[in-house]
Design a protein around this ligand. Structure first.
Ligand SMILES: *Cc1c(COP(=O)(O)O)cnc(C)c1O
Length: 517
């Protein structure tokens, strides 16, 4: 583990990784491998720290933490959040369903996203959740539904402000140098200022509908608190413009979305050997060296490869308390400048990764090792998980911090690619330092609590792993592992593709038993 000073659910006890009071090795023995593990205590502590930090800074009114359900929509996890009094940021009809079943108060559910079906909007309004308007199509549906609504609807307008003060490179555009303000502007979420104003004007005319406030969400483009301050300035500026255009409108609630980084912050452009200097050198050299013959060429490449090494990020992200202080101060400062008195306004926030990320560990088992000594030296460690079970992180170019959970104190003496079990390259960790691992060792990926388990797929017809919740010294399955029946459950065979024997069998049911031997 790169950082042991961070207050979290993990500890090193005699060289073994513990999650709360349970040894990761015991968890694998009991529940199998690979395994997604979540710490209940960590989730609860993260929620409370967000609430406390933002309540401390937001002196104008109440604060509501509404974690993004998409980051971890396992039912048991949503129950924990409901128990903590959280609201929820919801994207789909499925997420709305799980949040309601978990007992989240509908008044603090924000139904976000585009597109939304008319049915989804109808259900949102029927259960009394907030509808966050994110397209003029939402407005059109609302116009249809409004006259017959069983109860008054509360809606918010989602703005997409230009974060003009923040032009540093966005971490989401990892292979380019695209500035954050541009990436955020062309993101599909949110409405441009003219559309927001049009949406507001139309919605305000409707019976049974109240515009209760504004919403914005840009996501985790950058970990700095400066990014949050710039977001708040831009957001306040645009809210001010919309309020004026709507004839002196005043919001009752303002949602600032999510995108707070987690402490070990797995965003890392090094995942795929992206160091541009080394890659460029390697490519140019290998072109030139072609004429020297294979042996000389591989000798030089071997030397260069010793220079390439992947590292998990070692710069600790700002704490929840730092984010709370910087964000609330910026918003309290900016709102009055743009004509909005913050007094009495409810501040809502929607952290996703920052609630769940460091509450999760993915445990896997080393299945094989390979050592190449010529023509170049390279080591491979194959483990029993796959990038298809940690897809969310792959999309965002994560390089998760990792450790060999049963030998935490062993020196990291070799450099290896740690690869998954699918038939893709499945390079989960590129050229990282590891101890001399053996088959059967438990390899752990830290900070996998958000977006990973919930994005797993069945590539290679692989049944997905189980998820367990650790609570002190207890552990329980919260999502069971799949079996092959689960994997094939949705398959259907058209009549003409059925094996001829089976077709005959169906025609002659009396001889079915004989035929099926
Ligand atoms: C994804 C999302 C979030 C959470 O983002 P994180 O980066 O995980 O904190 C919050 N609000 C909305 C609207 C989202 O789409």
């Amino acid at each position: 583990m790169a950082s042991t000073s961070i207050d979290d659910c993990l500890s090193n006890r005699d060289g073994v990784l513990f999650v709360e009071e349970l040894a990761s090795t015991d968890l694998v023995e009991r529940f199998g491998s690979p395994l997604f593990v979540f710490s209940e205590d960590q989730i609860r502590r993260n929620v409370r720290r967000f609430r406390d930090a933002f309540e401390k800074g937001w002196t104008a009114g109440p604060v509501k933490v509404m974690p993004a359900a998409k980051a971890n929509w396992i039912f048991a996890i949503q129950r924990i959040l409901a128990d903590e009094g959280c609201g929820a940021d919801i994207y789909s009809a499925g997420e709305l369903d799980v949040a309601l079943r978990a007992g989240v108060d509908p008044r603090f559910i924000s139904v976000n996203g585009v597109p939304k079906s008319k049915e989804h909007i109808r259900r949102t309004l029927e259960v009394g959740a907030r509808l966050t308007i994110d397209s003029l199509r939402d407005v059109a549906f609302l116009e249809e539904l409004a006259p017959t609504l069983p109860k008054p609807a509360s809606v918010r307008l989602r703005i997409r402000p230009a974060i003009s003060e923040f032009v540093k490179k966005s971490d989401f555009a990892s292979d380019g140098m695209v500035p954050t303000d541009l990436v955020a502007l062309v993101y599909k979420g949110g409405l441009s200022i003219d559309e927001v104003i049009e949406a507001g004007k139309r919605v305000m005319k409707l019976p049974n509908v109240e515009v209760v406030g504004f919403h914005a969400h840009h996501g985790r483009h950058h970990r700095s608190t400066r990014y949050w301050e710039a977001q708040m300035h831009a957001y306040a500026r645009d809210m001010g413009r919309v309020c004026t255009a709507l004839g002196g409108y005043r919001p009752k609630e303002i949602s600032i979305g999510g995108g707070f980084a987690i402490p070990r912050d797995p965003h890392n452009a090094a995942t795929d050997y992206r160091d541009p200097f080394l890659l460029g050198t390697l490519h140019m050299l290998s072109l030139g060296l072609k004429y020297l013959g294979a042996n000389a060429r591989y000798r030089v490449i071997d030397k260069l490869l010793t220079l390439i090494e992947g590292h998990p990020n070692t710069i600790v992200a700002p704490s929840i308390e730092h984010y709370g202080a910087a964000t609330t101060a910026a918003l309290l400062d900016a709102l009055p400048k743009h004509g909005i008195d913050p007094e009495g306004i409810t501040l809502q926030l929607e952290p996703g990764r920052a609630i769940h990320g460091n509450a999760g560990v993915h445990l896997t088992t080393v299945e094989a090792t390979k050592t190449m000594t010529s023509p170049i030296r390279w080591n491979l460690v194959t483990i029993d998980t796959s990038e298809f079970w940690m897809t969310g992180g792959r999309f965002e170019h994560h390089l998760h911090d990792y450790c060999v959970a049963n030998r935490l104190d062993a020196p990291k003496t070799i450099k290896a690619d740690v690869v998954g079990r699918s038939c893709y390259g499945d390079r989960l960790l590129g050229a990282v330092r590891v101890p001399e691992v053996q088959v059967g060792d438990i390899f752990a990926f830290l900070d996998t609590g958000a977006y990973q388990e919930v994005s797993a797929s069945n590539f290679n017809a692989m049944p997905r792993p189980a998820a367990v919740l650790v609570t002190g010294d207890r552990a329980a399955v919260i999502r069971r592992a799949e079996n092959l029946d689960d994997v094939f459950r949705r398959d259907e065979l058209p009549e003409h593709l059925r094996p001829s024997m089976e077709r005959e069998t169906e025609q002659r049911p009396s001889s079915a038993a004989q035929n099926r031997v």
